[in-house]
Ligand binder design. Structure first.
Ligand SMILES: Nc1ccn([C@@H]2O[C@H](COP(=O)(O)O)[C@@H](O)[C@H]2O)c(=O)n1
Ligand SMILES: [Zn+2]
Ligand SMILES: [Zn+2]
Length: 632
C-alpha cells in the first residue's frame, strides 16, 4: 500500500470456494497500480497484489488444484503512474510485469498511439512470450514491411495438474487504432483456417479459454464473444468454454450454456475477479476435483436471473466473486497459504518501486485545491456536484486562442474523455491524468453560422448509438458511476438492459466518513444472482450522462444570439462533428478544420490550467485527504 493510503474496514462475506480449476482476473487497470490513494475500498497497490497472487499460488498448490492468472488489457490512460511517462506505460508496465500472469491479451488503449503499440509489441509482449495472446491483432514489422501477430495467435498448454487447455485472446472489433496495427474482425477470424484448425486441434482439449478485451456478455453491444462462442460450440458441442472479458469496466458474469460462462472484472484496480470450477472431464487431470478444508463451487451454469432459468445437463459447478482491491480482502483470502505474514519481499519491492516512480514523475505536484467533489454520474447531468458544469466552465476559461478571444465560441468534447471523479482537496499532476488522461487536441472551424453550429451538440448526442463512438461498433459502456449516498431504486437493478452498467463502483470522498458495517460500493446483479460482490456494499446513485458536452464563451453579453461562432471540438471527435454539420445542411467540411490551439494543449491540459487560475488561492487552507500528497 502506498504511503497515506487507507485500508478497508469491511471484511469479505466469507471464504472463496476452490474448485479443480481456479482463476484470478484483472482487466482495464489503466495504470492504477498505485491503488486508489483517496479511497479506502481500493487502497491496495500492485505490490500488495503481487503478494496476494503469490499467496494464492501457494494455496492452490497446497490444495492440489490449478490456479490461472489472467489479464485482459487496457494498461494505460487513466493514472499519472502510467501516463506521465513517455511513451505512457514505460514505467508502469515494468511494475505491472511483476505479476506472473498465465494468459494476457491486448486492449484498445495499447493501439491508439503508434509508439505505445510498438512498446507493447517490442517490450511488454516479450516479457510474457507465448502467454500474450492476440488472436486478431497484428502490427507492421518495419523491417519486413509485413504485418505480424503482436503475441501468440493461440496457446495450447497443460496446467500443473494436467488439464489440457486451448486458449485465444480476441479484441473486440476496434476501429480507432493507428495505422501500424490491424484488428481482424471476429467474423473474419472465425473463418480463418488456423483458427478452425486450433478449435479442432488433434490433441485432446479439456477446456477452451477465450480471453478478450471484449464485453463478456455476448448480447452486449460491441461484444464479439457471441461469434467466437457459436463457432467453437458448433465444432465442439461438449467441451467447456470459459470466457474472460473487459473493456466495459463493469463487473459481470454471463451464462452462455450449461458448460460455458464468462466473467468480467471491472476496472482501475478496483476489482479482482475470482472464478472457480469443478467437473471438467479430463483423463490427465491429477489434482483434486473437490479440494478439502475449503468450500467448493456449488452453482451449475444456470442463469438464475433470467425468467425460468435454463436447464443444465453438465456436471460443471462454478463460483464467481468480485473481490475489492484492498489489503483486508487480500489478506483475508490469502490465509492458509503457508506464509505467516501477508507482505512478501517481492510485493514490498514492487510497492517501493511505485513510490520511487511516483516521486520521479513528480505526481504530487499541486495545481490547486478543488473546493468540492465533482462526480461523473452520482448526480444528474448539470446538477450541483456533477462534474460536467465544472468542466464547461474550465473549458470556457482556458480554451482561448488569444487572436480570436473575442469571437463567440462553442467548445464540444466527448464525455468519454473524462475518466473519473474530481475529488475535493489537492488537485495534483496525478489527478490531472485520473480525471482527463488523454491528449486529444482542440480543432475548430471558424465563423460557422450559429443556426448550424448550435444544432451540432443535439445531433451528436441524439445520434444513433452505433455512430456515437468512433472506435467501438454498436455501443460503448465506458460511462461508469462513481459517487454518492444511496442508489435510487432500480438503477443497479436494470442489469439486463444492455445500455446500463451492471454494477456500480464505490464512492470517492463519502466513504471515509462511514462507520457502519456496510460502505457504499459495487452492488452487482449478474446471471448468478446478487451474491457476487465479495464485500457487501450499499448501493450508490447512478445517473446516465450524455455522450458530449458543450461549453460556450465570449457570447454577446446582451443575451442576443451571435451570427457566427468558432466551432471548437476535439480532434478525437472530428468525424462525428463533420457528419453532424453535413446532416444539418452546413457547407463546412474537413478542409475547413484546423487546430484552434497548439496541439500540445490537450484534454489533459485544460483542468490544470483552470486549477491554476481558479483554485490556487485555496491552497493554504486545502483539506488534505487521506493519502493525498503523501506519495512523495
Ligand atoms: N484518445 C482517446 C481515446 C479514448 N477516449 C475515450 O475512451 C473510450 C475508450 O476507453 P475504454 O477504456 O472503454 O477502452 C473511448 O470510447 C473514448 O470515450 C478518448 O476520449 N480519447
Ligand atoms: Zn478500459
Ligand atoms: Zn477498452
Amino acid at each position: 500500500m502506498q504511503p497515506g493510503a487507507q485500508n478497508a474496514t469491511v471484511a469479505p462475506r466469507g471464504p472463496l470456494a476452490w474448485g479443480q480449476l481456479n482463476f484470478l482476473h484483472t482487466t482495464d487497470t489503466h495504470g492504477w497500480l498505485e491503488g486508489h490513494l483517496k479511497e479506502q475500498n481500493y487502497g491496495a497497490d500492485w505490490g500488495d497484489f503481487v503478494s496476494f497472487t503469490r499467496h494464492m499460488r501457494h494455496k492452490s498448490g497446497n490444495l492440489g488444484v490449478d490456479l490461472l492468472l489472467i489479464d485482459t488489457g487496457d494498461l494505460h490512460d487513466g493514472n499519472g503512474l502510467s501516463d506521465a511517462s513517455s511513451p505512457n506505460g514505460a514505467l508502469s508496465n515494468l511494475v505491472f510485469e511483476n505479476v506472473d500472469y498465465d494468459l494476457l491479451t491486448i486492449g484498445n488503449h495499447e493501439l491508439y498511439v503508434t509508439d505505445i503499440a510498438y512498446e507493447t509489441f517490442n517490450q511488454f509482449s516479450k516479457v510474457y512470450g507465448e502467454r500474450y495472446l492476440t488472436s486478431n491483432v497484428q502490427i507492421l514489422n518495419n523491417q519486413t514491411g509485413e504485418f505480424e501477430y503482436i503475441g501468440s495467435k493461440f496457446r495450447y498448454f497443460t496446467t500443473a495438474h494436467g488439464l489440457r487447455i486451448m486458449s485465444f485472446g480476441v479484441l473486440y472489433d476496434f476501429k480507432g487504432n493507428s495505422n501500424v496495427s490491424k484488428v481482424i474482425k471476429a467474423a473474419d477470424l472465425v473463418k480463418e483456417t488456423w483458427f478452425l484448425d486450433a478449435v479442432q486441434y488433434p490433441e485432446p482439449i479439456d477446456l477452451f479459454l477465450v480471453i478478450g478485451h471484449n464485453p463478456v456478455r455476448p448480447t452486449a453491444g460491441g461484444s464479439t464473444f457471441g461469434t467466437l462462442y457459436k463457432t467453437i460450440r458448433g465444432l465442439r458441442p461438449d467441451t467447456p468454454i470459459q470466457a474472460f472479458g473487459g473493456h466495459t469496466h463493469i463487473r459481470d458474469f454471463a451464462v452462455f450454456d450449461d458448460k460455458s460462462t464468462g466473467l468480467e472484472s471491472g476496472r482501475y484496480c478496483e476489482t479482482v475477479g475470482w472464478l472457480s470450477m469443478s467437473g471438467i472431464n479430463s483423463s490427465t487431470f491429477k489434482g483434486n476435483m473437490k479440494p478439502r478444508g475449503v468450500p467448493n463451487p456449488t452453482q451449475p451454469a444456470v442463469n438464475v436471473t433470467a425468467t425460468g432459468g435454463n436447464p443444465t445437463k453438465s456436471n460443471l459447478l462454478y463460483q464467481r466473486r468480485y473481490l475489492d482491491f484492498n489489503r483486508l480482502t487480500f489478506a483475508y483470502h490469502a490465509v492458509g497459504s503457508q506464509d505467516n505474514t501477508f507482505d512478501l519481499h517481492s510485493g514490498e519491492r514492487v510497492t517501493d518501486l511505485i513510490t520511487t516512480d511516483r516521486k520521479a514523475l513528480n505526481l504530487t505536484a499541486l495545481y490547486g485545491c478543488a473546493p468540492a467533489t465533482y462526480c461523473q454520474s452520482c448526480k444528474p447531468f448539470g446538477a450541483e456536484g456533477n462534474i460536467f458544469p465544472l468542466l464547461a466552465t474550465a473549458l470556457a476559461t482556458t480554451v482561448i486562442n488569444q487572436s480570436r478571444a473575442d469571437i463567440p465560441r462553442l467548445i464540444i468534447i466527448n464525455t468519454g474523455s473524462v475518466r473519473f471523479d474530481l475529488v475535493e482537496g489537492p488537485f495534483t499532476f496525478d489527478d490531472s491524468f485520473i480525471v482527463s488522461p488523454f491528449t486529444d487536441a482542440f480543432q475548430f472551424i471558424p465563423d460557422v453560422p450559429y443556426n448550424y453550429a448550435s444544432q451540432i451538440l443535439g445531433v451528436i448526442n441524439a445520434g444513433p448509438a452505433d455512430k456515437k463512438r468512433r472506435d467501438l461498433g454498436p455501443r460503448d459502456f465506458s460511462f461508469t458511476p462513481m459517487t454518492g449516498e444511496v442508489c435510487p431504486e432500480g438503477t443497479a437493478e436494470h442489469a439486463h438492459d444492455s445500455l446500463k452498467p451492471r454494477s456500480e463502483p464505490m464512492t470517492r470522498g463519502l466513504h471515509r466518513r462511514q462507520t457502519t458495517a456496510t460502505t457504499p460500493g459495487y452492488v452487482t446483479k449478474d446471471d448468478f444472482g446478487t451474491d457476487g460482490d465479495d464485500t457487501i456494499h450499499s448501493k450508490i446513485p447512478f445517473y446516465p450522462q450524455p455522450e458530449y458536452l458543450q461549453a460556450n464563451a465570449s457570447f454577446p453579453t446582451d443575451g442576443s444570439e451571435p451570427t457566427t461562432v468558432d466551432l471548437i471540438f476535439l480532434d478525437f471527435i472530428v468525424a462525428d462533428v463533420l457528419a453532424a454539420l453535413k446532416s444539418v445542411g452546413a457547407k463546412e467540411a474537413a478542409s475547413d478544420v484546423s487546430y484552434y490551439l497548439p496541439k500540445t494543449f490537450t484534454t489533459n491540459s485544460y483542468l490544470p490550467a483552470y486549477a491554476k487560475i481558479a483554485w490556487q488561492a485555496n491552497v493554504p487552507n486545502c483539506p488534505v485527504g487521506a493519502g493525498v500528497g503523501s506519495g512523495s
